[in-house]
Design a protein. Structure first.
Length: 257
């Protein structure tokens, strides 16, 4: 090999070594990302907020900020279930999804738009769809910040990657609902009133380079049904003040009043 050929070979070998050294770092980066959602009001609830999901492999740190939600019930915080819904259109249903004509879009009517539950955003314990109605393990009140790290299901991770994952918050003040709907029981649990599981706010999780949670609420006060909008969910959530039995009985008493 002459001198000229040797000089050309050196940078070629160096570039090859550099490519090998950066390969694992690039692969690791593909397994880490973040997604954000603006939570817009559904069903005239007045509830708004933001959500962020930071994913590292199959582990996710989820942060949800909510304001303007139903505040109290029977001298305790109004329970608010919250979930990541997956594997559907990844959007929030509009008013035309109200197929039974009672003036609200209930959880079942929203299923074709936002899909089923991938993970339940409980405050402790199980985070699977089995905890969708774990009323004593969800936050409550008119405003709260939720933060928890847990393992995603493979299906949830897939929906986060393809942009079809949606965060949904539930629980609407019956006084804000049409009378026909407020008098009904939940389409998910007939021992609870419709207000307990009615979708209150939702938003599609979109990938972003943002490194921090946005400040302030998305105070739109309107329903969103855009293709990159929000989605509805299921369940009734409880703050520690309301135990499962007490919440269910109290809701039933108010519904029958």
């Amino acid at each position: 090999m002459n001198k000229k050929m040797r000089l050309l070979a050196v940078p070629t070998l160096a570039l090859g070594a550099l490519a090998l050294s950066t390969g694992p770092a690039m692969a690791h980066g593909e397994d880490s990302w973040s997604s954000q959602a603006t939570l817009n009001t559904m069903n005239n609830s007045g509830t708004t907020g933001q959500a962020m999901v930071e994913v590292h492999g199959m582990e996710a740190k989820v942060t949800v900020n909510v304001s303007g939600a139903a505040e109290t019930f029977m001298d305790g915080p109004f329970p608010h279930a919250q979930h990541i819904h997956i594997a559907a259109q990844g959007v929030c249903p509009g008013p035309d999804a109200d197929t039974d004509g009672d003036g609200v879009v209930n959880t079942t009517e929203g299923h074709p738009f936002y899909g089923h539950i991938g993970n339940s955003l409980t405050t402790e314990g199980d985070t699977s769809a089995d905890s969708a109605l774990a009323v004593d393990r969800f936050p409550g009140g008119s405003a709260y910040t939720y933060e928890r790290t847990f393992e995603l299901t493979p299906e949830t991770a897939a929906s986060l990657k393809d942009g079809s994952a949606v965060v949904v918050v539930h629980g609407v003040d019956p006084a804000l609902m049409p009378a026909a709907a407020a008098e009904k029981m939940s389409d998910l649990d007939e021992t609870l009133p419709a207000a307990a599981t009615l979708p209150a706010a939702c938003g599609t999780l979109a990938g972003s380079q943002m490194a921090a949670m946005p400040e302030g609420g998305a105070d739109t006060g309107v329903e969103a049904a855009a293709s990159n909008g929000n989605a509805a969910g299921i369940a009734v959530a409880g703050a520690g003040v309301l135990a499962l039995g007490g919440a269910a009985m109290a809701f039933r008493r108010r519904a029958n009043a």
